[in-house]
Design a protein around this ligand. Structure first.
Ligand code: SAH
Length: 343
């Protein structure tokens, strides 16, 4: 049975209309689901009995099962959710000075094959449905409800490549963003891609206000193709062209993510190449410490080298930040999400 959480407000209003029910009830139903966060249609006290019966007949409203939850020393929480077919999905809640932020997964496993990443150890089993993405955020919000705290930010940076599951991810973000849904502002939602050019082009034309982040990780084709197979399909020239197109159509600042891999992409010449690639763009680059993955040989750059690299970019007038680590003691740090049932 289809989940009620698969429907955007627009889908729900259309469904109601098709079934001879006044579409304005859509907003009321959405508020029950996403503001009051109930798990039973029967609790919707301003909806008629007949409509409730129809909904019960057509949709499933079950929450995700929490199979495991770990809390790190810095307060980061990692959730292991079980989908209705038994698939396991990880999400992370991070606490920043600007608020609570959830890192959501978009697929079960990943096919992008980045050489340094733990998520790709399990090939893609399937795409996640909008309802499965939305409910990761909803479950985390329900957990925060116990402390009367509000989830304020979403990053689609968990397992999977969001632009390889474009429609479902966009539908989920629409529900998360909706004022009658989870009500998280578009500018507080970030989607990260390894660089699927056709989908970047599509996204550019949608006039959505979500932040776009690009996993760059290498500033030349030779190295990038070695680290990220996607670069063979969409090399840097094509990628940068698509991103310039994005910037022309959207007045939004792009984020580039750059993992610091010791002795591989952290030399002065790489800083020069980055500066050349990014010059003149409305963008900044976020340098990320690499979180070691036991199956991989990569190491993170020393603090000294990371700072030197940061300074080199600064000197070249590139907007740059150095990311703080969160949750590395529970394998919840960036890039460490993996299918636990593998082990
Ligand atoms: N597929 C998307 C989103 C998921 S990965 C993408 O590639 O952008 C989110 C970010 O974590 C990416 O920048 C990814 O390259 C990075 N990452 C992967 N493994 C990592 C690791 N071990 N340490 C730190 N970051 C990692």
């Amino acid at each position: 049975m289809k989940s009620i959480y698969d429907l955007s407000l627009n889908d729900l209003e259309n469904y109601l209309l098709e079934n001879g029910i006044k579409p304005f009830h859509g907003k009321q139903i959405f508020k029950w689901l996403y503001h009051r966060r109930i798990d039973s249609f029967s609790l919707m006290s301003d909806i008629s009995k007949k409509t409730i019966e129809k909904l019960e007949n057509d949709f499933e409203i079950a929450p995700l099962i929490i199979r495991d939850m770990q809390v790190s020393r810095d307060g980061t929480r990692k959730y292991l959710f079980e989908m209705s077919d038994g698939a396991l999905v990880e999400s992370v809640l991070m606490i920043f000075d600007y608020g609570y932020s959830a890192c959501l997964s978009s697929q079960v496993g990943c096919n992008m094959g980045c050489s340094f990443c733990a998520s790709g150890l399990l090939k893609k089993q399937r795409d996640l449905l909008p309802s499965e993405i939305v409910r990761q955020a909803l479950m985390i919000q329900k957990d925060l409800d116990k402390e009367e705290k509000r989830l304020g930010n979403i990053v689609v940076m968990g397992t999977g490549e969001p632009f390889d599951n474009y429609d479902n991810v966009m539908k989920a973000m629409n529900i998360i963003n909706d004022p009658n849904g989870l009500e998280i502002g578009a500018r507080h939602i970030s989607i990260s891609t390894c660089g699927l050019v056709p989908m970047i082009e599509r996204f550019s034309h949608e006039n959505l206000q979500y932040n776009l982040a690009i996993s760059l990780h290498a500033p030349n084709d030779e190295l990038r193709s070695k680290l990220m197979p996607v670069n063979k399909a969409y090399p840097l020239e094509q990628l940068m062209k698509a991103l310039k197109g994005y910037s022309e159509l959207n007045n939004r600042r792009l984020t580039f993510e750059y993992l610091l891999l010791k002795g591989i992409n952290d030399r002065p010449e790489h800083a020069d190449q980055i500066a050349k690639l990014l010059r003149g763009m409305n963008a900044y680059i976020n340098l990320i410490p690499y979180n070691p993955v036991s199956e991989k040989d990569f190491e993170t750059s020393s603090d000294e080298n990371a700072l030197r690299f940061y300074d080199l970019l600064k000197k070249r007038n590139i907007a740059v930040t150095l990311r703080q680590k969160k949750g590395d003691d529970i394998d919840a740090a960036c890039g460490q999400l993996r299918a636990n049932h593998l082990q």
